[in-house]
Design a protein. Structure first.
Ligand SMILES: *Cc1c(COP(=O)(O)O)cnc(C)c1O
Length: 349
């Protein structure tokens, strides 16, 4: 296995905690949680682990501008902007989101422009507020134009004589996936040291751009994890995600010269909890957020962990997970989205 350079700034290892009241409420299955919502770096989350490798790579290539893309409430963009500030990079974010158009004032719409002062979009809130606090520049793009705008932005920065470094959507390439390969090693060490006192039958977490999933799946394979690694889809259908994760897992294995090729069938995903689509909070997400809050004092987010927890809770209720099993819910962060205007009234209703 090849060594990949990394800068250590995450707060690791993240704790594993038992959730006694939630477990009891759900009828006996034992639920533990791994607190990657507490990885440090601007309120934590799974992107911190990926950025330890991505920032090291950007530095080794002498880059001075980080460019990445995401949705309007992207946690990935928030954490990338914070890492850029911490390590002295400029940061440009290509953001897309439903409703951006409608939120723009008529005056701004007539500009038909890509670079729009976000202050004119109603009040910035949640992650959108934080990325600006970290000094990132925002370029707006229609969802179907994202790749083009990203490329244009990259070329523009090059023309200005700067050295841009492109971090892919969600930080999900083999370099980013390293964060969760070592995350899996960390968990195995915690199991061995009894910091995780019971052997988990299942690891459950939200999966979207696939870097978290790929790292965990490759780690499980390389380090001989005996349980199962189950991603709950938050964005796309099962076959799309399986395919994406299998490819990324294989690429990551090649990257570290650990040579194993993964087929979509080796990747476990559950795509039954997509509800009304990405970022739309429904009753299941709301219930999961309320249960974690009211039984354990833990905050989930409306987009990712709320959805994955809702899936896990449903799988307990209909008996897919049985009372003798040990579950590890890997909390991937995202809490700032709770403070996004669009979710604020729904989360308490
Ligand atoms: C990005 C993100 C995910 C998804 O991780 P991927 O590696 O993109 O699949 C899950 N949860 C939160 C809170 C995230 O921000």
């Amino acid at each position: 296995m090849r060594e990949i350079s990394r800068i250590h700034f995450a707060h690791l290892p993240t704790r594993v905690e038992f959730l006694p009241r939630l477990s009891k409420h759900l009828g006996g299955v034992k639920i533990y949680i791994k607190r990657d919502d507490q990885t440090g770096l601007a309120l934590g989350g799974n992107k911190t682990r990926k950025l330890e490798y991505l920032i090291a790579d950007a530095q080794s290539k002498n880059a001075n501008v980080l460019i990445t893309a995401g949705a309007i409430q992207s946690n990935h963009c928030r954490q990338t902007a914070a890492a850029a500030a911490k390590f002295g990079f400029e940061c440009i974010l290509v953001l897309t989101g439903e409703g951006i158009k409608t939120k723009m004032s008529a005056e701004i719409q007539t500009l038909g422009e890509k670079t729009i002062d976000p202050k004119v979009l109603s009040l910035p809130n949640g992650n959108l507020l934080l990325v600006q606090l970290f000094g990132a520049k925002i370029v707006w793009a229609e969802a179907n134009q994202r790749e083009t705008v990203l490329q244009e932005t990259f070329s523009l920065v090059e023309k200005q004589g700067k050295h841009p470094y492109l971090i892919p959507f969600g930080g999900s390439n083999p370099i980013g996936a390293m964060g969760y390969l070592t995350g899996m090693r960390e968990l195995m060490d915690q199991i061995e040291a009894s910091a995780m006192p019971e052997y988990p039958n299942w690891i459950v977490f939200p999966s979207a751009s696939g870097g978290t999933h790929a790292g965990l799946a490759l780690g499980a394979h390389l380090f001989g994890f005996q349980g199962k690694v189950l991603g709950i889809n938050v964005d796309e259908p099962e076959d799309v995600l399986k395919d994406r994760v299998a490819k990324l897992t294989t690429m990551t294995a090649e990257f570290i010269e650990a040579g194993h090729s993964f087929t979509p069938n080796e990747i476990l995903v559950n795509g039954h909890y997509l509800g009304k689509g990405y970022g739309v909070m429904g009753e299941p997400e709301k219930e999961a957020i309320q249960l974690f809050a009211r039984f354990e004092g833990i905050l989930l987010d409306p987009v990712y962990t709320g959805r994955a927890a809702a899936g896990m809770i449903d799988l307990v209720r209909y008996g897919f997970f049985t009372a003798d099993q040990v579950l590890l819910f890997w909390h991937t962060g995202g809490t700032p989205a709770l403070f996004a205007q669009r979710y604020q009234s729904d989360v308490l209703s």
